[in-house]
Design a protein. Sequence first.
Length: 278
Amino acid sequence: MPVNLPTNLLRSFVAIVDTGSMLNASEQVFVTQSALSLQIKRLEELVQQTLFLREGRRLILTAAGDVLLDYARRVLLLHDEAVAAVSAGRFAGPARIGMVQDFADTLLSGLLSRFAELHPDAQIYARVAGTAELQTLLERRELDIVLGFAAPNDAHAVTVAPMSWYGDTALADRPVIPLAVLEEPCRFREAAIRGLEDAGLQWRIAVETPNLATLKAAVGAGLGITCRTHLFLDEAQALEHERLPPLPRVAAILRAGDKLDKAASRLAELALETVQAL
């Protein structure tokens, strides 16, 4: 007899990978951590493979888990498309939106809550990650809408903003300037390093993090300077120092899939309005 993999188990499995922890995943799939743990145990029993290994507090995919992840995403994508297809005329969703961390504070509390109020029957899936990863997910049809950063002349640019330096002025006077940056790939990280090198200034990475909140905390604590837009901190808090080189402009982009249902199309319209106003 073939093994049947329930979609709720696959959805929980993918949620753990995407959010990075049992706690965050439990909030996304609306089950307790203990129930989520039992779901993963059941999934491992069905495939007869260990899917995760622990490294300290981190959950790391095994080779089998990595293989299953791609299939799980495709199964869930087809499942959700099937639900949408047989629920034609309704906001069956889910409308799947991806955004960079800079937009998350504004959009999660504003755009998505507004969309939920306008369309209470709609389902929403939100993914926060880097632009490159989000665009890959869009191309694989795992997201409907992507909000990210790109070059100023990008065809999908909604608005263009200047990059600015942020941090303690005294740090810019040091012989070797300490930087606080996000992990690669990061357009702002690249711009900061290229600008300092072109100006003949020495630098070192003092803080490197995947998390924008940690980056803000590091800059606020005076551990390093960074390069972002006004979405990071208010323009009034931008660092101006004659030693620091000028920075390029960056575009906020909105990309959407070619076959959006009513829910995703409406969400794309609201996202465009929101980003244009930033």
